[in-house]
Every structure is written in C-alpha cells, then in structure tokens.
Design a binder for this molecule. Structure first.
Ligand SMILES: *Cc1c(COP(=O)(O)O)cnc(C)c1O
Length: 350
C-alpha cells in the first residue's frame, strides 16, 4: 500500500489466473486452453495484416469482425458487442448493467471473476447455492434481483443447463438483465443466442479463447438487444476506444469464417473428453457430467491438493480451487491424446 493509491485500491481483491509456467515441457491442463491451435486461415489473415498499416489505429467499431459474428449467428450487427477478451466484455457488463440496489445473483460455485468485478464496481451480490449434484436450480433464481449471471456450461463444474431451463429463468426475471456466459458452449451446450430476439433482458457472452483456440489474441463478444449493447458501447467508449487491435479483428473474423476447422477441433476435444472421463472413472474418480473442454473430478480416497502436487511432480499441471464445497475436486482441461495420456500415467495406480 502507498499514500499515492486511490483509496478504493487497497480493498480490491484481484482475480488470480491459472499459472502460465515458463517451463514449456509441462503438460498444461490448468487453464482450459485448446490444444489444437487456431484455424490456419486465422493465422494467415493475421500474417497478411502484419504490414505498414500497423502505424494506423484500428477500426474502433471492429466492423469487419462484428459482421462476421452477426453472420455466423444470424443476428443483426446492432446486437453484437466486442471486447478485448470476454473478461473485458464482462467488466463492462458489470459496470454498465449490474449496478443496482438489489443484489446480483450468481451460483456459489462459478467463475471466480464475478465477485472480483462486484468488488471493483461496488456491486452487492448474493450467492445462490448449486444443488447437491452441483447443478443450477432454476427456481432458486426466481426472486427479486438486480441482475443474474451464470456460465453455461458452468465453470468449474462443466455442467450444462438445457436451453428450456435458461428460458424459464429468463421468464422469471423479466425486469433484470440475465447474462449467460457461454465461454464453453461449443463443447456440448446449445447457445441462448436464439432467444435474444424474444428476450430484451438477455445478454449472451462468448469468447474466442476456448473453442476457437485464440486465448492469446484476447477477443470476446456479447449478443443481445441493441439497448443493452448501447450501454456497453457507452462504457467501452468511455474507457478504451480501440480494445481490438488490427491483428485481432482480422484473425477473429477469419476464425469465425472457418467453420470446418472449428467443428473438427471441437469434436476432437469432445471425443477426448469422453475417453478421459472413462479412464478416470476406471481409477475410481467421481466425474461431474461435462459439456465443456475440461472435467471436474474428485477421488473418494485421495486428497485433491495431494493429487495436484503429485501430478505436478510428473510435469502435469491441473487446477485446484481451495474453496468450500469443491476443495476435493480437480479441474482438468482436455488436451491432446498424448497430454491426456500423461495425465492418466501421472496419476498412476490409485
Ligand atoms: C475463460 C473464461 C472467460 C474469459 O475468457 P477470455 O475471453 O479469455 O477473457 C469468461 N468466462 C468464463 C466462465 C471462462 O471460463
């Protein structure tokens, strides 16, 4: 702490991202990156953009990408918002749409950035416990609130809520904004973007970091009613007019256009996930049903922190959260078949 700080800074509790180790030999299954890499067409588009034009500012509206996203989802461009990673999109949502008197609702076990944004923007929140099977119980959200946000599939559980359940939740809170954070939707869920035309209180966020394997590029988006998008644009243009650089705009647009590569690599991850689940179950793990590119598992006879430490000694890193209810779980990202085998080998005989 220093006398130079603005007073609120000393009370901030920042998000702690998963480790990005400098050692490249490690099998990195801790931050849900995609093992297959970006579309070659996205890489080519970015290479073509590496030229003298970098002296010029990018398009502040990222129209090329906005149109690519709008076309991909069959919505109007006025319903699309873009940001520097979906974390930035979420920050603008909390800032521009969630500062109300009633508390914001989100699951007790959920993306740990949500409470951080509440702290940053002075938003009160009320955790809604997942049920005993770690599922979202839609009826629990039908109470007065200043907004609702949840990941679908949920993180770090991987469990998905069906589209009709999302719609039920929307219907029960017509007077507040409901944000569905679909960071992992492409690995097994059905996007709620199809509901945007009928529910002016719905905002869906997505990222290119997971299913499109562009975590290093930092591109995220939101789709919703133009009135919600306008709030986000106002916040964005009061913060940073150019959140997406020239490379990100063309690379992300090309990634959306390469549907074939996207579908192929998502399917590879899904197939590997099913195999890893079966292998872990063989070793006695209890694995929550996953619709994501990671799984959440616990072993009835082995401590999660010890298992994580043992794996690390074998060069495999997974994520362990020291949090009530889930302290005995490990969150394991799905890697290539070789990486997944290193995980299984690293666990050894339990
Ligand atoms: C990874 C993740 C994000 C953030 O994605 P970025 O676009 O890389 O910022 C948002 N929400 C959830 C639930 C995530 O797991």
């Amino acid at each position: 702490m220093s006398k130079f700080w603005s007073p609120f800074v000393k009370d901030l509790v920042p998000y702690v991202p998963g480790e990005q180790p400098k050692l490249t030999k490690l099998v990195k299954l801790n931050t849900n990156e995609n093992p297959y890499g970006p579309s070659p067409k996205a890489l080519a588009a970015m290479q073509a953009e590496l030229n003298d034009n970098l002296r010029l500012y990018p398009d502040p509206n990222s129209d090329l990408l906005k149109q690519a996203v709008a076309k991909y989802y069959g919505v109007d461009g006025s319903k699309v918002f873009l940001g520097n990673g979906s974390d930035e999109v979420l920050a603008h949502i909390f800032h521009g749409l969630f500062q109300h008197d009633l508390p914001l609702l989100f699951p007790d076990i959920s993306y740990s950035f949500y409470p951080v944004y509440c702290g940053l923007y002075g938003i009160t929140s009320a955790p809604v416990p997942l049920d005993e099977q770690f599922q979202i119980r839609v009826a629990d959200y039908a109470k007065p609130n200043g907004g609702i946000i949840f990941p679908n599939p949920n993180a770090p559980t991987g469990c998905v809520l069906a589209l009709d359940a999302v719609e039920q939740l929307l219907k029960a809170s017509p007077d507040s904004v409901v944000v569905v954070d679909e960071a992992y939707i492409d690995f097994g869920g059905e996007t709620a973007i199809s509901l945007v035309d009928r529910y002016p209180n719905l905002l869906v966020t997505q990222t290119l970091s997971k299913s499109r394997s562009l975590a290093g590029l930092r591109v995220g988006l939101a789709v919703g009613h133009p009135d919600l998008i306008e709030a986000l644009e106002r916040v964005k243009n009061s913060f940073n007019s150019y959140p997406l650089d020239r490379l990100a705009i063309v690379g992300a647009a090309a990634a959306f256009e390469d549907r074939e590569y996207f579908e192929k690599t998502c399917q590879l991850v899904i197939d590997s996930r099913e195999k890893v689940v079966a292998q872990l179950q063989d070793k006695g793990f209890e694995v929550l049903p996953s619709a994501a590119n990671f799984i959440f598992a616990r072993h009835p006879r082995h401590d999660a922190a010890s298992l994580a430490a043992k794996l690390r000694e074998q060069g495999v890193i997974v994520r362990h959260f020291k949090q009530e209810r889930i302290a005995q779980f490990l969150r394991i990202s799905i890697g290539t078949p070789e990486q997944n085998q290193a995980l299984i080998d690293g666990l050894g005989d339990l």
